[in-house]
Design a protein around this ligand. Structure first.
Ligand code: HEC
Length: 120
């Protein structure tokens, strides 16, 4: 049995490891959890690496990877456009709303993952 102090120590160590790992972890979302969601739901249009050119025909999907671009988009906006869809955000209506598929946590994780794409 671990004592309470031990448990606290273990928790603190795990948090420290998470904070210092190479995958960017934002306060709200985790890129590592967002990756499989992105691969499953987003690559068809945004491409495997977020550069567009997915296998589905799309009129225009801008790259999600340009650092100078994505940096200027706030988490609020990204969360909104992913949850509510392109049309609600004044973008193409081909961008689906994901709120019925993805939980709030899922969306936060996907946002973290999309941000990590531009660092690669
Ligand atoms: C059916 C095709 C399709 C799928 C699937 C799709 N998107 Fe999109 N997405 C688009 C289109 C089209 C746009 C609008 C691009 C534009 O107007 O510049 C867009 C826009 C966006 C934007 C806003 C970009 C900007 O410049 O403001 C984000 C962020 C985004 N998508 C993320 C996602 C994520 C995350 C997923 C998966 C959960 C996803 N998309 C799935 C087609 C798609």
């Amino acid at each position: 049995m671990l004592t309470r102090q031990h448990r606290r120590f273990v928790t603190a160590t795990i948090l420290l490891l998470l904070a210092t790992s190479t995958v960017p972890v934002s306060a709200a979302g985790e890129a590592r959890r967002g990756e499989p969601l992105y691969q499953r739901y987003c690559t068809g249009c945004h491409g495997i690496d977020g550069r567009g050119g997915g296998k589905n025909f799309m009129p225009h999907v801008g790259a999600l990877t340009r650092k100078d671009y994505i940096e200027h988009l706030g988490d609020d906006y990204l969360t909104f456009v992913i949850s509510e869809g392109g049309e609600a955000a004044g973008k193409s209506s081909y961008m689906p709303a994901w709120k019925s598929v993805l939980s709030e946590q899922d969306v936060a994780d996907v946002v973290a993952y999309v941000r990590s794409l531009s660092l690669q």
